[in-house]
Design a protein around this ligand. Sequence first.
Ligand code: BEZ
Length: 398
Amino acid sequence: MASYDLIVVGGGLIGLSTAYNAVSPYGGHPVLDGEKVLVLEQDAFFNQRGSTAGASRQFRFQYSEEYMTQLVMAAVPEWAMLQKQTVTELIPNVGCLWFGDPDTPTTEGGIKPAMETMTRLGVPFQRLNCRELEEWYGFRNLPGNYSGFFQPGGGIINVPATLQAMFNIAHNHGVHLKAHHKVLKIESDGKEVTVITDQGTYHGKKLVLTTGAYANTLLEPLGVQINLSIWNMVSAYFRKTRADIDYPTWFAFQKANAANANLYYGFPEADWSHPGYIRVAPDYPYQIIDEPSQRVPPTPEDFAGTSAWVANHMSGLSPEPDFTSSCMVALPAGDQQFILDTLPGYPNIVLFTTGWAAKLVPLLGKICVQLALTGQTAYPIAPFAIPPSDITATGERK
Ligand code: BEZ
């Protein structure tokens, strides 16, 4: 009967980062023999059906919360370590532009508090007025009160290359990477774990759960139910009509309108995903669901707000998208950025779930391994604790 030192459930960005970190010699934890590490993914690796879907994510330092900016700073050397082990550039450094109504707070924070955090922590940025936003960055027809900043350290995360790099390192170290293994149930006596899948049963000493939107079914018997909402999001690719135009990563903060939250973000042209096109997306869902089986595909109307934004405010792009995609993102219902904690009563089970976490990927995998193998981490993860209200009657915080 196979028994592992570490089992990871979920083979997306954080799951693969956990496997990669488990076999890496600089993690501040015992280095595991890859043969004793198992990753179980219910779908194919690199699938487009969960939170890891899509080609790019925003890399940014600016946050309203100081502890988030500090975590991104702590993630920089972890990204550098991963980058040394792969050829493709993982985060092309194009900078990050935040602009819009300076008084609009959103799910991604706000322009003013982000500038305050950067000032306190010494993160450089340049303030921009409306004219500069239009003349220097190619936006147009912006309301005159719009302002913002450019943060030169920001970038665009190459998601497929990041996944592939971590997968390859784990594979080269002998990690067992099993696709199409759906976990049906997890049992634990607090010391060992038993993971029952539709392909067989596995035993391990430690378990890291990185199951995104799928977390709660598996957590139920373990006494935790994360209060999460699942956002189904769209994204669209607009053809460049002017070769000289390009954008950094950007986010437009605007007041909500009658139809939607009116928030948009985008990326530069990426040579790994629809070259010749620019990706623009709304930062509001087309569907909010309680569990993944309720997901429906987007309709053409779900792209209307994004097309209108591009037509009104972006230069050098064709007004209708030629390619579209969608992504399922589990978000914490409260104001936490994500959940990262051991399960109450199960010190050998670590949970990472929900949130926008791509910019922290190599660091979060490292923290998951530290927590699983040593029970502690020096990184400040208190803000990501499982809320007491998510611990059910059968769960017990020891
Ligand atoms: C983020 O950086 O966390 C983010 C950027 C754009 C949309 C949603 C989240």
